[in-house]
Design a protein around this ligand. Structure first.
Ligand code: PYC
Length: 403
């Protein structure tokens, strides 16, 4: 009986202890993955706190696209490691993550866009990531429903084909990490809002929450949307502007679309889940805001752009829309690692529109930083001080959205 109970539960609830070795703020994929990889290293005095429920932020509000076909060598190497972890994560967490690698197509509708895809294909190939430029006939073979006719407003000229790309069930990834971290001894505390962080003599000493004060020497900021607010609590300013990103899901259809389709010209991305629904997204809202309300203008443009690529979908009904918050950095790359100003304060933030695909490697690297006090070479390019050193990692143009 006890065995049945233990198997069916996801994670336990706990009273808040007065102290932990590590406090991770944010129970999304990055925070939970960090906790899991810390626990795998034997560091279990870990609390993950979140102002709301597990996966309530960006982790539950994205389009769950997994890929490594980035533009910069730093980005390609980093996201490729994440894809490799995703490939065996379901087995490792013993959880069905519905990960399908049916390929990813970034469409180009102009000569300039084709040139951009060629650069990405070259960089990807040099770093061992499977990615190549293909023409309209091959695009049609991979996605038979797509309109490749010359009559289109923006006829499709080519695509970057990335066979390992795909989609995953985002909630399952979050729950899988949470359950595995819990089983290794991590405490997960939803409804625990951080209200202040004490810094004494240049080092973190305590976290104030609505449920009490926690003494700790290490705080990981793994939040999205609120990362600047949390960072201000320790006096560290982040070069981040927060924008909403909207998406929608349609009624389920019979399987007709294998690869993820992305169009930078139309600022559109579309994929079909294993449940048959189409998940469709557009560009970030063009203004900074903390609103997670979805809007009619988004629905109108997303529907119009979808029909430009897939006229056959004109009768399909939309089930729901949502919005998430994206923390955009000036170079469209994340900020990970320790900061010079405050000892014991670690960042895993600035994930813009690309945080979910990076969750496993982001968490693994953040755990390594916390456990060793050293910066692994893979994330050295993404340190906060790059904005001071002028060594930015420009990833804009690596997606259909601000990236
Ligand atoms: O980078 O693949 C991506 C992406 C899709 C939606 C937002 N970002």
């Amino acid at each position: 009986m006890l065995q049945l109970f233990r198997k069916s539960r996801m994670w336990r609830t706990h009273d808040l202890s007065p102290s932990y070795d590590v406090v991770i703020i944010g129970a999304g994929i990055h925070g939970l993955a960090t906790a899991y990889y810390l626990a795998r290293r034997g560091i279990t005095g870990v609390a993950v706190v979140d102002r709301w429920y597990v996966g309530s932020g960006g982790s539950g509000r994205n389009t769950a696209i997994i890929r490594a076909n980035y533009r910069t060598p730093e980005g390609i190497a980093f996201y490729d490691e994440s894809v490799k972890i995703y490939e065996q994560l379901g087995a490792e967490l013993d959880y069905n993550l519905l990960f399908t690698q049916h390929g990813h197509l970034t469409l180009a509708h102009t000569d300039t866009a084709v040139n951009g895809l060629r650069v990405r294909a070259e960089n990807n190939t040099l770093l061992g990531v499977d990615s190549r430029v293909i023409g309209p006939d091959e695009i049609k073979r991979l996605a038979p429903a797509i309109d490749i006719s010359k009559k289109a407003r923006y006829p499709i000229q080519a695509a970057l084909y990335h066979p390992p790309g795909g989609i995953i069930r985002h909630d399952a990834v979050v729950w899988g990490y949470a359950r595995a971290a819990d089983r290794l001894g991590v405490q997960i505390h939803p409804l625990t809002e951080v209200q202040g962080i004490d810094v004494e003599n240049g080092a973190v000493t305590a976290v104030h929450t609505n449920r009490g004060v926690i003494r700790t020497g290490t705080v990981v900021n793994a939040t999205a949307g609120w990362c600047s607010t949390i960072s201000k609590m320790v006096g560290v300013d982040l070069p981040i502007v927060t924008h909403p990103l909207q998406a929608l899901v349609t009624e389920p259809l019979k399987p007709f679309l294998d690869p993820v389709i992305v169009s930078a010209t139309l600022h559109l991305y579309i994929n079909q889940t294993d449940r048959g629904e189409l998940v469709i997204g557009e560009e970030i809202n063009p203004y900074s805001s903390y609103s997670s309300k979805s809007t009619l203008p988004f629905l109108e443009t997303a529907a119009a752009h979808t029909l430009e690529l897939f006229p056959c979908l004109k009768e399909v009904r939309v089930l729901r829309q949502w919005a998430g918050l994206c923390d955009m950095t000036p170079d469209f790359s994340p900020i990970i690692g320790m900061v010079d100003q405050v000892k014991g304060y670690v960042l895993d933030v600035g994930w813009g529109t690309y945080g979910f695909k990076a969750g496993p490697i982001g968490g693994k690297m953040t755990a390594e930083v916390v456990a060793t006090g050293k910066t692994p070479p893979l994330i050295h390019p993404f340190r906060l001080s790059r904005f001071r050193d002028d060594t930015l990692v420009g990833e804009k143009a690596a997606a259909a959205v601000s990236h």
